[in-house]
Design a protein around this ligand. Structure first.
Ligand code: ATP
Ligand code: PRP
Length: 246
């Protein structure tokens, strides 16, 4: 993350956010209602958001596992769902490609919250961000010695902050997946990655040595949309709030 989108692209997306709010979802859609676009990623976020939508009376009419569609209609003419990569959800919401979205705390910290309002922790996709090493690596001794350690991660902002707070010197290696492989191949001494059951670490002879933070997914809302589409967005946020597991 961090790279700024091309100015022309940003212009187009900002115009989309500020553009006419009287867009119809389908030929049957009510012309007088603003259309709300919700950005979700396929997999666990989509699956865990569905019950919350259902509690709000919204049902998605396509199944992303069987359909190739990226824009999914719902039973509400007011709401459509767009499917994006998990790490692209904040970008869509920030620039108005979507009015609101669901993203992990990990993704939001890495991206930053510019142009977004974060009204709600949905308490879904719960896991933790942890430091893990090979089960034969003496992490305590390595950091005590004050030597630099190599850390592979997709979450460079979170990792940098964590080790800086601890006063541990690290060389960060950016990866985009399969972090568990890095200590096994000698690419890194440690990883910073998400852990839930611990099964992935165990299967790869890695152990968790530090918990960095608890992670869950949050609702994020485009700030301009919140002004322009205040009523329907408020209704959706309130519906999500009532459906959220406490
Ligand atoms: P991208 O496709 O952008 O690389 P990703 O592969 O991390 O993202 P998912 O695996 O769908 O996307 O994860 C989405 C979010 O779910 C993560 O940002 C995190 O907050 C949460 N998450 C990731 N792994 C787990 C897990 N094992 N258990 C529970 N929640 C998880
Ligand atoms: C995440 C994470 C770990 C795994 C941890 O990967 O990157 O690899 O979950 O979960 P566990 O502790 O329950 O084993 P994910 O399943 O999302 O696959 P990905 O690599 O495609 O993101």
């Amino acid at each position: 993350m961090g790279g700024r989108p091309d100015a022309a692209v940003v212009g187009t997306l900002i115009n989309f956010a500020r553009g006419p709010v009287r867009r119809a979802a389908s030929p049957n859609a009510c012309e007088c209602q603003p259309m709300i676009t919700l950005a979700l990623s396929k997999g666990r976020i989509f699956e865990e958001t569905l019950p919350l939508l259902k509690a709000a009376g919204i049902e998605v009419l396509d199944n992303p596992e069987t359909s190739r569609k990226l824009i999914l209609a719902t039973n509400s003419p007011e709401v459509q769902v767009v499917l994006v990569r998990a790490s692209d959800v904040p970008t869509y919401v920030q620039y108005g490609g979507a009015d609101l979205g669901v993203a992990g705390r990990d993704v939001l910290i890495e991206h930053g919250l510019d142009g977004m309002y974060q009204p709600l922790d949905l308490n879904i996709a719960r896991c933790r961000m942890s430091v893990a090493v090979r089960d034969d690596f003496d992490y305590a001794a390595a950091i005590k010695q004050g030597s630099r350690i190599r850390v592979a991660t997709k979450y460079t902002q979170i990792a940098r902050q964590h080790f800086s707070d601890k006063g541990v010197h690290v060389d960060l290696i950016k990866l985009y997946g399969s972090m568990e492989l890095a200590p096994l191949t000698g690419l890194a001494d440690a990883i910073v990655d998400l852990v839930s059951t611990g099964n992935t670490l165990k299967a790869n002879h890695l152990v968790e040595v530090e918990k960095v933070m608890e992670i869950s997914s949050r609702l994020v809302v485009n700030q301009a949309a919140l002004k322009l589409k205040r009523e329907p967005l408020r209704r959706m946020i309130d519906a999500f709030a009532s459906a959220t597991p406490k």
